[in-house]
Ligand binder design. Structure first.
Ligand code: ADP
Length: 294
């Protein structure tokens, strides 16, 4: 069952009189429990895709399904509800994910209250022995999950500290705990290791992989950090607003888009620079492109 399905997504920003096409005809399916690293140069459209998946933007064209629900058919209230219960989002600037005057524990509790008690039964924070359905049991499970998440991001002793007084790296780790507070179906993270040293970064990667395996949480992570992209199960490279390439199990592929469009990866531009002409040669299992001398 796919958790995310994009069908011909187009995103156009209008800034004064100028239109910027940030995404063009993006087709992408992501299954439950997959961990996807979203790669590509700056300005390629990665953050835009993340915002669309989070339901924070509605696409200019195309359709987007989440768990079989067409997001375009939801009114704002239902979309907000789906976001609170099913999506954990971690924006690039860690402080923007947090309420500065609340403690670490209170930040997590805030996200849990927004999601409601039902979500916590889906997460690994639920403990045997807690009476399901009872308010008391739900609160206990929520607190247990909060403690567990803080420990796993290395903030076990920082639960009482206000988020606003934490370092950038601590805020980034707390932001991941907050994003996972509601045991989301889909975790979306923009550069989650940008302010972390190797050890903290490894912890973050481990947690993302663990919740994918234990809770079936699907993760889509924008990253320039090769430690992250190598650890996740799949890479999707966006260039110029399109899905240009994918990597699975360490092997790289180009993706044939609508109308057969293929992006020649930058490392081959010396052989086939943009604008050059090529002859197509048919092979048994594909085609070869050979540069034609003008
Ligand atoms: P990435 O995350 O890969 O760096 P973005 O999704 O941020 O790329 O941006 C894709 C394109 O859309 C860029 O050309 C960027 O300048 C443009 N863009 C992003 N956000 C806006 C906005 N709010 N208004 C106008 N243009 C935008």
């Amino acid at each position: 069952m796919s958790v995310v399905r994009c069908d011909g997504i187009v995103q156009i920003y209008k800034a004064q009189d100028i239109e910027v096409v940030a995404l063009r005809d993006v087709d992408l399916t992501i299954d439950a429990g997959e961990t996807v690293a979203l790669l590509g140069p700056s300005g390629a459209g990665k953050s835009t895709l993340l915002w669309l998946l989070a339901g924070l933007l509605r696409p200019s064209a195309g359709r987007l399904w989440m768990d079989g629900v067409d997001l375009g058919r939801l009114d704002q209230r239902r979309l907000d509800r789906l976001r609170a219960t099913h999506i954990g989002m971690m924006l690039q600037n860690p402080a923007r994910n947090l309420i500065g005057y609340l403690s670490a524990v209170q930040n997590i509790a805030f996200a849990q209250r927004a999601a409601g008690p039902a979500r916590l039964d889906a997460g690994s924070g639920s403990r045997p022995g807690a009476r399901p359905g009872s308010r008391f049991g739900a609160r206990r499970r929520a607190r247990a999950r909060a403690r567990d998440l803080l420990a796993r991001v290395g903030l076990a002793d920082a639960g009482g500290r206000p988020a606003g007084r934490m370092s950038g790296g601590e805020q980034q780790r707390l932001a991941l705990a907050v994003a996972l507070a509601n045991a989301p179906r889909l975790l979306l993270a923009d550069e989650p290791t940008s302010q972390l040293d190797e050890e903290s970064g490894a912890r973050v990667i481990e947690l993302i992989k663990d919740v994918a395996a234990a809770d079936g949480t699907t993760a889509v992570v924008v990253t320039h950090d090769t430690a992250v992209s190598e650890a996740l199960s799949r890479t999707v490279t966006i260039r110029d607003g399109r899905v240009g390439a994918e990597g699975r199990r360490g092997e790289d592929f180009v993706v044939v888009g609508r109308e057969g469009a293929v992006q020649v990866p930058p490392e081959y531009h010396r052989l086939l620079p943009p604008g050059s002409m090529a002859r197509i040669e048919e092979l048994e299992d594909g085609i070869a492109l050979r540069r034609a001398e003008p």
